[in-house]
Design a protein around this ligand. Sequence first.
Ligand code: HEM
Length: 443
Amino acid sequence: MPVTATAETSLRTARGPRLGVVHLLRLRKRPIEHNDFLRATYGDVVRLHVFGTTLYAAYGLDAAEQVLINRERIFANGPAWSHFIGPFFRRGLMLLDFDEHLHHRRILQHAFTNDALRRYHAVMVPHIRSGLAAWESVPQPRMHQLFKELTLDLALETFVGVDLTRAEQDRINQAFIDAVRAGTSIVRKPVPGTPWARGLAARKVLEEFFFTHLPEKRRRGGDDLFAQLCIARSEEGDEFSDEDIVNHMIFLLMAAHDTSTITMSAMAYFLARHPEWQEAAREESIAAGTVDYDGVLGLDLLDRVMKESMRLCSPVPSLPRVAVRETSLNGHRIPAGAFVAVSPYYNHHDPAYWPDPTRFDPDRFSPERREDHSHRMAFEPFGGGVHKCIGMHFAGVQVRAIFHELLRSYRWSVPAGYEWPLDLAALPFPRDRLPVRLERIDS
Ligand code: HEM
């Protein structure tokens, strides 16, 4: 609700720790415990200082609903996300706001219809099979690394659909990796040798690449995402300009890649820690055999494993916004221009909605329990409201298609008592890349 003269007087001013950086480090190490501490000490909105910026952390599902559903159009994505990734992923869908965002989203939606997903699935399956077959000869497999390589290769097939030499593929992959890394650079100016400077150079490489292939893509079409963006039209017949297509392609590659990789790493980690669940999921996949698109979506246990893994390890742990007008949140005044963040990672561990929240229990999502239905915002790994992930169904199909093949081809394990060293500085990833023992099986 916008702040009114009468409401203003009753609003509190958010407080927070004086030493933001110290708290930030604690937040990275033990995010749940430290957020619990901050919430208990300072209340439901905490003021933090992050990279020279004041940020209001808003706790709880009602605040998440207010920010993400954003009925009053107060919270903007562009200025918030641009602060972190703007120079490298500018004018990607997630960085647009309000009417312009809706306009682009309507056109983009046409690349994510059921029929389009069906075609992406058909393109990706042979590449999943050949990619996984090569894992057998990897001497010291690290699942996170393997998923990362596999999803990058798949992205080139399903997203870009251009035949490239291995050297060209590596060049594009490297540019893409540099653009993603740049967002976490401590130096945030183009100082030579810094990730920031490499990110800017990478952005140029990616732009050149897509602009070069665009005319041919427009002419020949195809089943890949790049071709779909060329033919996508809104209901009113609007289409994307060349610049729009290039901007969206670069952003989509990024949005799809690390998020799917961490989702699969989390699934692999929890299934290694809980072999009984791994065996149950394997039984389901073996019984299903070779499946088509509908068959992949029918793998219920795998679906629950994916959801529970994303609950425990939300691939996008925090969703930032900037308030374009002064407003109130959880009874606290939020000034115009302030950064606000809601955290799916934190909210997914709230015992009020998720009993025994640290326990890996895929059956929370079974029809009898549906703990995710306890609040509209209880389960938000893909965000919510107008910016809710446009690729969530794509991700669901891809991740499940990979795990279906993986479970039928390999058994994997970690030593007893192993706990992954999760880095939560930006998007989560295991610092050791999740080393496992991988055993080939014949199903
Ligand atoms: C498991 C994998 C994925 C997760 C967990 C995930 C998560 C998210 C989240 C949380 C948001 C909302 C960000 C915000 O509100 O600020 C988002 C937005 C978005 N995601 Fe995903 N994502 C995944 C996969 C994908 C894939 C595969 C694609 C594309 C093929 C994709 C494309 C996008 C786009 C374009 C947006 C911006 C939507 C908008 O602003 O309207 N994502 N994603």
